[in-house]
Write a protein that binds this ligand. Structure first.
Ligand code: KG4
Ligand code: ZN
Length: 341
């Protein structure tokens, strides 16, 4: 089964073609046109600018993906078109959704309405889909979301914990702003942290690590950093140390909660996915802790190219939806910026 995936929920215009075969996903083309350079001038994503950029990029990006997958862009042999319907910025979502509807009408192909977070989850099934066994504990960490899900089968998940305020990626982005670093903040902080001497500053809090639940809260951590910078006039000389401590605080909380959840629910698989899953310290420490404390569980860390927003993950989610007969007509596809998982 061939699926065209379309993703425009935030600031990446993306299209991909995947082939699904007996529960496995093979990526034939994965094209991402990033708007990061444009939004960097403003220190974050400007919705109207993002929407205008998506409008210009969407058809060339889809055409490129179809050509790379060796399909005829005018009449491609596809089985399904999968598009992100939410959550995200409404003006961005509409570009992908309306394009998917028009193509579905013109080519007479069914649609899969994909939840962006389900897309991040299914990013980890690309190449490894057949190996993942249930129950699985999935940590999805991105700029908009931080959640732990218990997955018992395709399309069957329960959210067991999520952030009560800022997402982990959002915390990285805000901390980077406080420290005068660029957007996106995650990679900027990691880069500085890598050059830091350990123990140069007092530890920051590890919010909710000791709480007896699987929820997160990162807004207080950002405020703790803000107060520390206000009282430390030499902070500009210690930027790498602050980056390291901030990054380590987030990693400790994410790893601690994920391991505790995997233990409680006797997970056979642990999955790490989403934009923040590109963080090397997080990848390394989760691998280490999982091996130490849950040697019988298998760990799946999403390959870097499928961590940040892309359309291969949306097409992958669309494939599993198609297998569950959850396909709809162009008349019923609708963007929903507040969509829940
Ligand atoms: O999944 P994603 O591309 O978009 C959303 O759905 O939000 O995630 C983007 C987020 C940004 O907040 C960015 O700072 C963070 O992922 N990020 C990272 C790294 N690379 C991207 N955070 C920490 N370390 C990284 N290496
Ligand atoms: Zn995302």
């Amino acid at each position: 089964m061939h699926i065209l995936g379309i993703e425009t929920s935030c600031d990446e215009t993306a299209a991909a073609v995947v082939e699904g075969r007996r529960g496995q996903i093979f990526v034939l083309a994965n094209v991402v046109a990033s708007q990061i350079k444009i939004h960097q001038q403003f220190g974050g994503v400007v919705p109207e600018v993002a929407a205008r950029e998506h409008t210009q990029a969407i058809l060339p990006v889809i055409k490129k993906a179809l050509l790379r997958a060796k399909l005829n862009p005018r009449q491609p042999k596809l089985d399904v078109i999968a598009a992100t319907v939410g959550p995200g910025l409404i003006t961005s979502l509409l570009v992908g959704v309306e394009t998917a509807r028009a193509l579905s009408f013109a080519w007479d192909k069914p649609l899969a309405a994909v939840n962006h977070i389900a897309g991040h989850i299914y990013a980890s099934f690309i190449d490894y889909g057949a190996k993942i066994s249930w129950p699985a504990i999935i940590l999805t960490v991105s700029g908009g979301h931080t959640l732990l899900a218990l997955m018992l089968g395709h399309g069957q998940w329960r959210i067991i914990g999520q952030t009560r305020d800022d997402a982990a990626g959002e915390a990285f982005d805000k901390a980077a702003k406080l420290l005068g670093l660029g957007y996106p903040g995650g990679p900027a902080i990691s880069q500085k942290a890598a050059q830091a001497p350990a123990g140069q500053i007092e530890p920051l809090p590890r919010p909710m690590l000791a709480a007896n639940n699987f929820d997160f809260s990162f807004s207080g951590l950002k405020t703790a950093l803000l107060y520390r910078l206000r009282t430390d006039k030499d902070w500009p000389d210690k930027i790498p140390a602050y980056c390291l401590e901030f990054e380590q605080a987030i990693v400790d909380v994410l790893v601690g909660k994920t391991i505790a959840a995997a233990q409680k629910f006797k997970a056979r698989s642990i999955i790490l996915t989403g934009g923040v899953a590109a963080n090397q310290r997080l990848r390394r420490q989760l691998r280490l802790k999982a091996k130490e404390q849950l040697p019988s569980a298998q760990l799946f860390i999403t390959p870097l190219k499928y961590c940040t927003d892309n359309a291969a993950m949306i097409a992958a989610a669309g494939y599993y939806q198609a297998r569950l007969n959850r396909l709809i007509s162009y008349k019923d596809l609708k963007a929903n910026p507040q969509l829940k998982i």
